[in-house]
Design a protein around this ligand. Structure first.
Ligand SMILES: NC(=O)CC[C@H](N)C(=O)O
Length: 304
């Protein structure tokens, strides 16, 4: 059994010494004031042993990380029919890019870019009575933690400024790939992005992708085949136009968000989350990527 604690301690020490921490996302006004000196990391292994260092207990806005959870809920409800509405190819483009959507008739490249997650929200809206509360309960249930919550201020802040997401949603609607009203779909989308939790909570949630679809309490949320597919999508599409770079540097499936969180995992072995609010020019956490590269290099553990 590997003792990850000294490795995580060393990683925190190393990254805290780096002066260039990237730039905090400020296009969502509520996120602009987050302290870029924060850094947290938590790892949960396959014996359910948890290791943490730095600001691992502090909650942050998970933003696009929630796209994986939207996907897993929708996939478990509608199954393979989902792939008629959204593709599974990397976009090679920024998360809020629009031109591919126009060229490909409103079928988003994958569920982990904004356009794809908007379509997934539409699917959930068509299948759930009260999507906002049912999605939150789904997330709380997997993590076995009812303290996980939406951050209203972040959701409202983004609703006022999320012009590109409105553009994407209307474009998708014009191609007939949204069943519900744009306002309703985006309200749900913005709330899903606003979910706030810590690195320690995040790894418990993503444990289902390590543990063949089962949470820490052994309840099953996804089939083994569904886990395989979602992990594949995380590997190829989890970091927008930097998915190749993340696979190259880190070698794990994972997902980032503009709140500075990254979660990554090695199937059957461990799940790890980092939080460092400063982003690189592709919108991924600068020090989070660096920390995860150090982890997989030091331990020699990656999917490759
Ligand atoms: N990459 C992200 O985390 C983007 C999520 C953000 N809520 C947006 O829609 O722009």
């Amino acid at each position: 059994m590997m003792d990850y604690q000294p490795i995580l301690n060393q990683i925190v020490e190393d990254v805290q010494a780096i002066a260039d921490r990237g730039k905090v996302a400020d296009y969502i006004p509520q996120l602009a004031s987050i302290d870029s000196n924060k850094f947290g990391v938590s790892l949960l292994d396959n014996n359910a042993k948890q290791f943490s260092a730095g600001d691992a207990e502090e909650a942050f806005s998970i933003q696009s990380v929630s796209k994986v959870l939207l996907l897993s809920m929708a996939f478990s409800i509608v199954g393979d029919d989902l792939w008629q509405r959204v593709d599974v190819e990397p976009s090679g483009d920024p998360f809020n890019h629009l031109s591919l959507l126009e060229m490909e008739n409103g079928i988003p490249r994958n569920p982990l870019i904004n356009a794809g997650a908007i379509v997934i929200c539409d699917v959930l809206l068509s299948h759930l009575k009260d999507p906002k509360s049912e999605f939150l309960e789904y997330v709380q249930g997997i993590a076995d933690d009812s303290s996980i919550a939406y951050d209203n201020a972040v959701a409202i802040s983004e609703k006022k400024t999320g012009f590109r997401n409105y553009a994407a949603a209307y474009l998708i609607k014009s191609f007939g790939n949204l069943e519900n009203e744009v306002e309703d779909v985006l309200d749900f989308y913005f709330y899903s992005c606003s979910i706030s939790m810590s690195c320690e909570q995040l790894v418990k949630l993503f444990y289902i992708f390590v543990n063949r679809g089962k949470c820490l309490k052994n309840k099953s949320y996804l089939s083994l085949s569904q886990v395989k597919r979602i992990n594949a999508i995380m590997l190829t599409c989890g970091f927008y136009d930097e998915a190749g770079e993340f696979a190259f540097e880190v070698g794990l499936p994972g997902k980032s968000g503009v709140g500075g969180g990254i979660v990554a995992l090695l199937p059957n072995q461990f799940c790890v989350a980092t939080w460092s609010p400063g982003l690189n020019e592709k919108g991924n956490s600068k020090l989070g990527m660096l920390a995860l590269e150090k982890l997989t290099t030091k331990t020699g553990q990656s999917i490759f």
